[in-house]
Design a binder for this molecule. Sequence first.
Ligand SMILES: Nc1ncnc2c1ncn2[C@@H]1O[C@H](COP(=O)(O)OP(=O)(O)OP(=O)(O)O)[C@@H](O)[C@H]1O
Length: 295
Amino acid sequence: MTAIVETRALHKRYGRRQALTDCTLSVPAGRVVGLVGPNGAGKSTLLQLACGLLTPTSGSIEVFGAPPGQLARVGFVAQDTPVYAALSVADHLRLGARLNPRWDAALAERRVRQAGLDPAQKAGRLSGGQRAQLALALAVAKRPELLLLDEPVAALDPLARRAFLQGLMEFVAEAEPQATVVLSSHLLSDLERVCDHLVVLADSRVRAQGGIDDLLATHFRLTTARRAADTLPAGMRVLHAEHTERQSTFTVRAEAAVEDPSWVMEPLGLEDLVLHHMSTPSAPTDLSPALEPQR
Ligand SMILES: Nc1ncnc2c1ncn2[C@@H]1O[C@H](COP(=O)(O)OP(=O)(O)OP(=O)(O)O)[C@@H](O)[C@H]1O
């Protein structure tokens, strides 16, 4: 599978602050990728590196197989959804049409209408959520092959959020050529609805990555009579262990559930999986061959 974004041993430091550490990841073509992680994990930094607004301290990042910067092919909505305050909504659409060779005017107008924005209103007078809607309409109307969205729904009310995610799915379904989307969010339920691939960052490092179905099929909670982690079958990687006097609970990665009458092995839900990887500083990077995207 072709990688649209590929990083190798990517490091980014701001002064003495490490924002990304040894980050090796791959975003396969045509996926909708959820980028999750606690505040300060490095999500915005990664997205800004991918669109060429930042340069790596060391390591490499490639987008479409080349250094980032092919702006006509990339749509980016930054976290603070910048707009030109003195320009109206309609001015923004006109500017978009001038600057972007593949501009889809009908789509831009439809999205602005659906978001209930007044074309005559100055962007500086829009609410935070309305500004986000405008920025999203502009990004999608570029018809980008790679759409990078930094917390796009954070400022939206629940109805607008649902409408936006619906619009995003329509964009992905209709995009020609095929589009790849990376969106960061703290709203796991939204990501579960729209994403088919996940990257978990914590503490500036990649903690887990892969297709959501693959991740869910290989993470389990195992409850047994108390036993040591090293007595579990080989091939079961223990990510976390908790013991009471009589019982042990392990979070494990395994190729498949293993039947054994002496334990209960349940699949881990996406939220638990993500929270586990986010909250375990020492958790190893999930880059085993089994979860690496197939090429
Ligand atoms: N311009 C900057 N100068 C100095 N440090 C920065 C700068 N931008 C980000 N950082 C630091 O880099 C780290 C990663 O920040 P980043 O904004 O990428 O995280 P994030 O995962 O997007 O966080 P959030 O979920 O809060 O938006 C943080 O420790 C942050 O304080």
